[in-house]
Write a protein that binds this ligand. Structure first.
Ligand code: 5GP
Length: 170
């Protein structure tokens, strides 16, 4: 089964000139979703880590499935105003303007090793911001894992310090 055949390209979403890689056809196909999680598990096999850290919204889908499969805990990263307890936050640049992400300030213990998981690695800005949050609360980034990497946006230039692994590369 070719996983890429379950990724739908949507031209000009959310803005003109952007091809959005839509993972919903993959999610609704049981065999494709299972294979996606199995492949993400495989590329993490040799990594030693304690927790998975994932951003809303699609990151939760893949992060939660992987956490369950690997027997790890899950730490959510969210947009402002969503997490109920004390948070640390980071502002980062988007193509137009800025965005903010939050994590609970007690989410990690000193030295805990985490894998950052998301559906798509595009410019790398989100993953780099999450890595800063992890370090701000005393954690260590053991690696990053994505279903899809958009290599033509050169995300690895922002992530030179990290072990970045992805299943499907465009
Ligand atoms: P970056 O910060 O790497 O530019 O963007 C990555 C974030 O935006 C991820 O959280 C991802 O879910 C979302 N994203 C960016 N481009 C796409 C895309 O083409 N398809 C999907 N499904 N998500 C995207």
């Amino acid at each position: 089964m070719e996983l890429k055949s379950f990724i739908r390209d949507i031209p000009d979403f959310p803005a003109k000139g952007i091809i959005f890689r839509d993972v919903t056809p993959l999610l609704k196909n049981p065999a494709a979703f299972q294979k996606a999680i199995d492949e993400m598990t495989k590329i993490l096999q040799d990594m030693k880590f304690d927790l998975i850290v994932s951003p809303e919204a699609r990151g939760f889908i893949f992060g939660a499935a992987l956490a369950y499969k690997l027997g790890k805990g899950l730490v959510p990263v969210r947009k402002p105003g969503k997490l109920p307890y004390k948070t640390v936050s980071i502002e980062y640049n988007l193509e137009y303007g800025t965005a903010q992400l939050h994590m609970h300030s007690d989410a990690l213990q000193q030295g805990q090793r985490v894998i950052i998981v998301d559906d798509v690695l595009a410019t790398g800005g989100t993953a780099a911001a999450i890595a800063s949050l992890v370090k701000n609360v005393g954690g260590e980034v053991a690696g990053m894992c994505f279903l899809i990497e958009l290599s033509y946006l050169s995300p690895r230039e922002k992530l030179k310090d990290y072990d970045v692994r992805s299943v499907l590369v465009y």
